[in-house]
Design a protein around this ligand. Structure first.
Ligand SMILES: Nc1ncnc2c1ncn2[C@@H]1O[C@H](COP(=O)(O)OP(=O)(O)OP(=O)(O)O)[C@@H](O)[C@H]1O
Length: 388
């Protein structure tokens, strides 16, 4: 191997491990207001309650969890579309917390969002050309008309739309095409990170794979880093290098995608995976089924200690009820795994040292049940978390 090649390899490896986004203890607490003038704060919705994760340059990080666990709020907080109550977000070495005005606008060029429903995120009165030029103009990327025109054509080619699309309006396209426009719009300002919030869940199943493939193609073409937020385990598994599982505002487990799906270690992740149907009836009959008791507790009144203890079939009294577990690297047989797990007893549960017990639905305090859309995993093991 030549010296130049080996230097390039080293550079690639270093780039792969470079942390692009670093979120430390991010919290977003929404005040609950009451009173005639809504001027009294009577409590808080702890939508995001201590999220710590790092996304490496060039990777796809998948974030999964039940509806209402805080995924979207966290994604928005990263871009400061939602103001964090606490914590720090560092992007490419810059702490975003003190940024305001122009500095924040400049940063948004590097971090873009792709939304679930392109129809509501695209102004229906603007043509595709105007939608794509908007961000480019705002960031001073359209000074040269010829270059701007070439860039528009490049974007349309990249997302698989004809040049004639430029003169049309969003309603003239199908759902899948509209999501292509949403992706082109995010790409138009040449970002480094894209936060894709449920990018395919509003699309027909037949179109979902095309849009996922497109996201992967443009990632390679433009050297992008992704945070993909989804409730669909199949989508996340297919697209992600690493996956984080969120429960009531924070991560309960994080691992590389293959490791997480092969050996889930947190009881909640195990329950999610056990709801994934396996096409082979023999394996399906023999494997572990974990049916969670009760619904997702309300983020306005989260359980004490481990947030999952009210539904956990391996709960150990006292410690789980009172001490909130930290995310830590788990060792199996003395060997560190790729998993970080927020469970006091992950090793003992994995080895079978702690036995599983039934949790009755009444174990969940009814006053802590959520008003927000929830999953009843007892009645519907697929729930809003859908399986591959
Ligand atoms: N502006 C807000 N004010 C008060 N509560 C909010 C606000 N935005 C979100 N929430 C609440 O915060 C919690 C987390 O919501 P969020 O939308 O982030 O969850 P999610 O995991 O993305 O769910 P979904 O997939 O259904 O969007 C929910 O209970 C939600 O009702």
């Amino acid at each position: 191997m030549s010296e130049t090649t080996s230097m390039l390899d080293k550079k690639d490896t270093a780039a792969e491990h470079e942390v692009l986004l670093d979120a430390q203890d991010v919290k977003v607490h929404f005040p609950i207001k009451r009173g005639v003038f809504f001027d009294k704060t009577v409590g808080h919705v702890f939508a995001v309650d201590g999220m710590t994760l790092q996304i490496r340059r060039g990777e796809t990080y998948g974030l999964v969890g039940e509806s209402g666990c805080g995924k979207s709020t966290f994604g928005r907080a990263l871009l400061r579309l939602e103001e964090p109550t606490n914590g720090t977000v560092t992007f490419a070495g810059t702490d975003l917390s003190p940024l305001k005005g122009e500095a924040l606008r400049t940063l948004r060029r590097h971090m873009q969002m792709v939304f679930q429903d392109p129809l509501s995120s695209l102004d229906p009165r603007q043509t595709v050309e105007s939608l794509l030029l908007e961000g480019m103009r705002a960031h001073g990327l359209t000074k040269d008309a010829k270059a701007a025109d070439a860039r528009l054509r490049e974007l349309l080619t990249a997302v698989g739309l004809p040049v004639a699309a430029l003169r049309k309006y969003p309603h003239e396209f199908s759902g899948g095409q509209r999501q292509r426009i949403g992706i082109a719009r995010a790409l138009s300002v040449d970002p480094e990170l894209i936060v894709a919030d449920e990018p395919v869940s509003a699309l027909d199943v037949s179109v979902q794979a095309q849009v996922i493939n497109l996201l992967q193609d443009v990632q390679e073409q433009f050297g992008l880093t992704y945070l993909v937020i989804a409730h669909d385990l199949a989508v996340v598994r297919h697209i992600s290098d690493r996956v984080g599982v969120m429960y009531l505002g924070s991560l309960v487990e994080e691992a590389d995608s293959d490791g997480l799906y092969a050996t889930p270690l947190h009881p909640y992740t195990r329950a999610l995976m056990s709801a994934v149907p396996i096409p082979d009836p023999l394996i399906e009959d023999q494997r572990e089924q974990i049916i969670l008791a009760g619904d997702l507790p309300s983020p306005a009144n989260p359980p004490s200690g481990c947030r999952f203890h009210t539904r956990c079939p391996w709960r150990q009294e006292e410690r789980c009820d009172t001490e909130r577990p930290q995310l830590r690297v788990v060792q199996i047989d003395g060997v560190p795994t790729s998993h970080r797990v927020a469970c006091h007893y992950a090793e003992q549960i994995h080895s079978g040292e702690i036995e599983r017990h039934e949790v009755s639905a009444t174990a969940v305090d009814p006053s802590s049940l959520s008003d927000s859309p929830t999953v009843n995993t007892q009645e519907n093991p697929g729930g809003p978390i859908s399986a591959p």
